[in-house]
Write a protein that binds this ligand. Structure first.
Ligand code: FMN
Length: 418
C-alpha cells in the first residue's frame, strides 16, 4: 500500500483553519490532512453554513480538537479571541463570497469574523465560488481591500465549477495552498540577498489604436515565480505584459505592452539583477507600421499585413550579461527537446524551461504545467504536471543550484551579491 511520507515542514506551528459554506468545503478535509502531515497543529473553525456541507465531526476526528462554530457556545473561554492568540496563521479555505465581504468590511457576527478583528498573525484567504460571483466587481473590490491590508489571497483556479460551467472560481489546488502556508509560517529565505528580475505575460503589438497582435499567455507562471521568490527572501521586479492577474504583494511590478517596452524595462534593471528569469511570451512579430487611426472595414482593400521581427530580448540581454544567472522559457508546439537545446546554446543561457503550447495540454492560461528543464552540462530534467505555484518553488530550487558564471566585469558600481 502506498504510504504518505510526512514532510514535517511545519512542526510546532499552529494553524487555525476556517471553513466556510462553499460547495468546496469538503476539500478542507484534504487540506487539514496535509497541514497535520506537515507537522502543524490545526484548530478548525466553521461557519454555520459550512456545517451544512461537512459535519464538524470529520474535522474533530482528523484535527484531534473540537471544532468551534458557535460564537455563543463556550463563551466562558472567549474562544473567538483566544483561538488565534497563539496561532501562526489563520487560513480561510474555502472562503465564500459572503465571508470575503465580511472580512473586508470587518463584520463580526460569527466566530471567524470576530476572530479576524483581533488577529495578530498572517491571514491567508482561498476564495471558492461560481465564476460570475468571483468576477463581480463587489467581490473583486473586497478581495483587493483585503490584499491591500496585507492578507494573502490564493487565487481561485480556472476549471469546471459546481454549476457544470467552466470559469475562474474553483478552490486553488491543495498543494498551492500548502506551499503558500508553509512559505509564510516557515519561510525558507534561501533566496535572501538575491535580486530577481522576472518577465511575464504576453506582449501586444498594435495594428491600429484598437487592434493588436498578441498570444494566449496568461502570465501565471511568471507571477507564480515572483510570488515564490519574494516569499523566499528575494527582492523581485516583475516586468509584466498585459495580464488580468493581481499584483503579487511585495513585488515591484513594471507594466509594459510591447516587446520594445519590455526590452527597455528589462535593460534598465539588468545590472541590478543577480538572476533574470524570462517567463514572458514575447511576440516575435509586429506590424511594420501601426496605423494612427482605427482602420474601418470599408477602408481595408484586402492587402496583407506586413510584419517585421520584434527585438530578440533574450539574445539582447544575454549579450550584455556580466554576473547574472540567465534563465529562459521556451514555448514549443513540437520537438521540445531539439528546439530547446538549440535555444539554450544560441542564447547562452544557464537554464531553459521548455513548455508545450497548443493543444489540450497547452501551458497557456492553465493553472498547472509540465516542463522540461535544460541546462548546458546536465541531462534534461522532466518536471511532471503540477500547480504553477508549486512548480515555481521547484524551479527556484533548481535555479539556486546553477553556478553563477562571471561572463565579463560588471559596469555597475554596485558589486553583485554573489
Ligand atoms: C449548494 C450550495 C453551494 C454553495 N457554494 C458556494 C460557493 O462555492 N461559494 C460561495 O461563495 N457561496 C456558496 N454558496 C452560498 C453560501 O453558502 C452562502 O452565501 C452562505 O451564506 C455562506 O455563509 P458563510 O460565508 O458564513 O459560510 C453555496 C450555497 C449552496 C446552497
Amino acid at each position: 500500500m502506498a504510504q504518505t511520507i510526512p514532510r514535517l515542514q511545519m512542526g510546532g506551528k499552529r494553524v487555525v483553519l476556517a471553513v466556510t459554506g462553499s460547495i468546496a468545503a469538503y476539500k478542507a478535509v484534504g487540506l487539514l490532512r496535509l497541514l497535520t502531515q506537515s507537522g502543524a497543529t490545526v484548530q478548525v473553525v466553521m461557519t454555520e453554513a459550512a456545517t451544512r456541507f461537512v459535519a464538524p465531526l470529520t474535522f474533530e476526528v482528523l484535527s484531534g480538537s473540537p471544532v468551534t462554530s458557535d460564537l455563543f457556545a463556550g463563551h466562558q473561554d472567549m474562544k473567538h479571541l483566544s483561538l488565534t492568540e497563539r496561532a501562526d496563521l489563520l487560513l480561510v479555505a474555502p472562503c465564500t463570497a459572503n465571508t470575503l465581504a465580511k472580512l473586508a468590511l470587518g463584520l463580526a457576527d460569527n466566530v471567524l469574523g470576530t476572530m479576524a478583528l483581533t488577529l495578530q498573525c498572517p491571514l491567508v484567504i482561498c476564495p471558492a465560488m461560481d465564476g460570475d460571483m468571483w468576477a463581480h466587481p463587489t467581490v473583486q473590490a473586497h478581495a483587493e481591500t483585503l490584499r491591500r491590508r496585507g492578507a494573502v489571497l490564493v487565487e481561485p483556479e480556472i476549471g469546471e465549477l459546481a454549476s457544470g460551467q467552466c470559469g475562474q472560481g474553483r478552490l486553488a489546488a491543495e498543494e498551492t495552498i500548502l506551499a503558500t502556508v508553509e512559505a509564510i509560517v516557515q519561510p525558507r529565505l534561501d533566496w535572501q540577498g538575491e535580486r530577481v528580475l522576472i518577465s511575464a505575460g504576453p506582449t501586444q503589438e498594435p495594428i491600429d489604436p484598437v487592434r493588436f497582435l498578441s498570444n494566449g499567455s496568461s502570465g501565471k507562471m511568471g507571477y507564480a515565480l515572483a510570488e515564490a521568490a519574494v516569499l523566499r527572501g528575494a527582492e523581485v521586479v516583475l516586468v509584466s505584459g498585459p495580464t488580468r492577474l493581481p499584483r503579487p504583494s511585495r513585488v515591484t511590478v513594471v507594466p509594459v505592452v510591447t516587446a520594445d517596452e519590455m526590452l527597455h524595462a528589462l535593460t534598465a534593471r539588468f545590472d541590478w539583477a543577480t538572476t533574470v528569469i524570462m517567463a514572458a511570451a514575447v511576440g516575435d512579430f509586429r506590424p511594420k507600421q501601426a496605423l494612427s487611426h482605427k482602420l474601418k472595414k470599408e477602408e481595408w482593400t484586402g492587402e496583407s499585413l506586413q510584419l517585421e521581427r520584434t527585438p530578440d530580448i533574450l539574445l539582447a540581454l544575454s549579450a550584455q550579461r556580466t554576473h547574472q544567472r540567465m534563465i529562459g522559457f521556451a514555448a514549443e508546439t513540437d520537438h521540445l527537446l531539439e528546439h530547446g537545446q538549440s535555444k539554450l546554446r544560441k542564447k547562452q543561457l544557464d537554464m531553459l524551461v521548455v513548455n508545450q503550447v497548443g493543444g489540450q495540454q497547452s501551458a497557456f492560461g492553465r493553472d498547472d504545467n509540465e516542463v522540461m528543464v535544460l541546462t548546458p552540462d546536465a541531462p534534461p530534467v522532466h518536471m511532471p504536471r503540477m500547480p504553477k505555484r508549486q512548480l515555481a518553488d521547484k524551479l527556484l530550487d533548481h535555479i539556486g543550484q546553477v553556478p553563477v558564471r562571471a561572463v565579463r566585469p560588471s559596469p555597475a558600481s554596485s558589486s553583485p551579491s554573489q
